[in-house]
Design a protein around this ligand. Structure first.
Ligand SMILES: *Cc1c(COP(=O)(O)O)cnc(C)c1O
Length: 381
């Protein structure tokens, strides 16, 4: 089976992890600080806060943005459930903004239309989470203008997009947003096994993120309620979690970051080959706007919804590990129980009904890709 995604772990990565295992630190320590500095430097953001996984990164970002009961987060219905769940963990409400049929990202026109209506209804969102679908940045510059006009916080769910660019900025730079999050799950662009990170240029947000990652505990006298001369004194000043990353994971991440641009270059090469070869098959592919350089975490195609099940089964039976990204989040039973219904976000539902994710990972060979294309010809022909 050719999988839809796969990590690339080198001998150097393994040596970096083994070195940590022989050191004095295993849990969060100097290797986590180094990894944070490497990712912040690579993206061009001031702060990076490493956490246990991408979901914890979203939870921490939603907390830092001040979400809680009575507050509202909007995201894309075409994403992993965590983009929405992060609001629910904090007791906040969730709504969705439909996607653009070409880019598969949250539609800026639809976002604006919904904001106008929400202003009339006096129920504007507090946080908007654009998701950089498959690694291609949403139009964060346009979203920034709307954020300034309507007063919401932008958290970029960049779980797919490490190594991507939006015009002259690297994804994660937070030039257009308050915070950006990454995931380091093995199928993502860079892995730490499990891991996540929040980036920001705001000192106060970075402080809140670090507090949330570690039980809400501080040893900084400036943040404490009481003063104490005792060197062992600390205070828990809010309710946080143990969301820390280990030095073992961070060492793997730092070593992987050295190959980030190579990973993304190979992903783009393979995507270009797919684009060329799939043209003849009449498959819908994702539109990448001018000025956007995708990290190509995923390569998705659209078939006629009535043919999707047969195409999917035909590919799987030919050992092609296809997948579907994503089932619309609002149609999950948990979200239906909150009142969402089929038809609420028709563009997302139409895309999802025909979606198939093809294999794409840096170590994939041209020959493996040719096998995928040949299988598609057989199944569709
Ligand atoms: C993978 C992913 C997450 C969650 O990351 P984990 O590290 O698996 O918790 C969040 N959002 C999107 C869009 C993702 O693809």
């Amino acid at each position: 089976m050719i999988p839809y995604g796969r990590q690339s772990v080198s001998e150097e990565d393994i040596a970096a992890v083994v070195e940590v295992l022989r050191s004095d630190w295993l849990a969060q320590g100097p290797a986590v600080e180094r990894f944070e500095a490497v990712v912040a430097g690579s993206c061009g953001a001031k702060h990076a806060v490493a956490v246990a996984n991408g979901t914890a990164a979203l939870h921490a970002a939603a907390y830092a943005a001040g979400l809680g009961p009575g507050k509202l987060l909007w995201t894309s219905p075409i994403t992993f459930v965590a983009s929405a769940n992060c609001a629910r963990y904090l007791g906040a409400d969730v709504d969705f903004v439909d996607i653009d049929a070409g880019t598969l990202n949250m539609s800026v026109d639809e976002l604006e239309r919904r904001l106008v209506a929400a202003r009339h209804a006096e129920r504007l969102p507090d946080v908007v989470v654009p998701v950089h679908m498959c690694g291609a940045s949403a139009d964060v510059a346009a979203m920034r203008l709307l954020a300034d006009e309507y007063g919401f916080t932008v958290i970029e769910d960049a779980a797919h997009a490490l190594g991507g660019h939006f015009h002259d900025t690297r994804v994660g730079s937070c030039v257009y947003s308050e915070m950006s999050i990454f995931s380091f799950h093995p199928v993502k662009v860079v892995t730490t096994g499990e891991g996540g990170m929040v980036l920001t240029n705001d000192d106060e947000l970075a402080n809140r993120l670090r507090l949330f990652r570690s039980h809400g505990i501080t040893r900084d006298p400036a943040q404490m309620r009481d003063t104490s001369p005792d060197p062992w004194y600390y205070e828990q000043i809010d309710l946080g979690y143990n969301y820390r990353m280990t030095d073992i994971q961070a060492a793997l991440g730092t070593s992987q970051m050295g190959r980030l641009d190579d990973f993304v270059r190979r992903r783009n090469e393979l995507a270009e080959r797919y684009d060329e070869q799939l043209h003849a098959l009449g498959l819908r592919t994702q539109q990448i706007p001018d000025g956007v350089y995708s990290a190509y975490h995923l390569y998705v195609v659209g078939v006629e919804p009535s043919r999707r099940a047969a195409v999917f089964a035909g590919l799987r039976s030919r050992e092609i590990g296809v997948n579907v990204h994503y089932l619309p989040v609002h149609l999950q039973p948990y979200y239906r129980d909150l009142g969402f219904r089929p038809g609420d976000f028709p563009v997302a539902e139409e895309y999802s009904a025909g979606a198939i994710t093809l294999p794409l990972f840096p170590a994939m060979t041209d020959e493996q890709q040719d096998e995928v294309v040949a299988a598609l010809h057989e199944v569709l022909g």
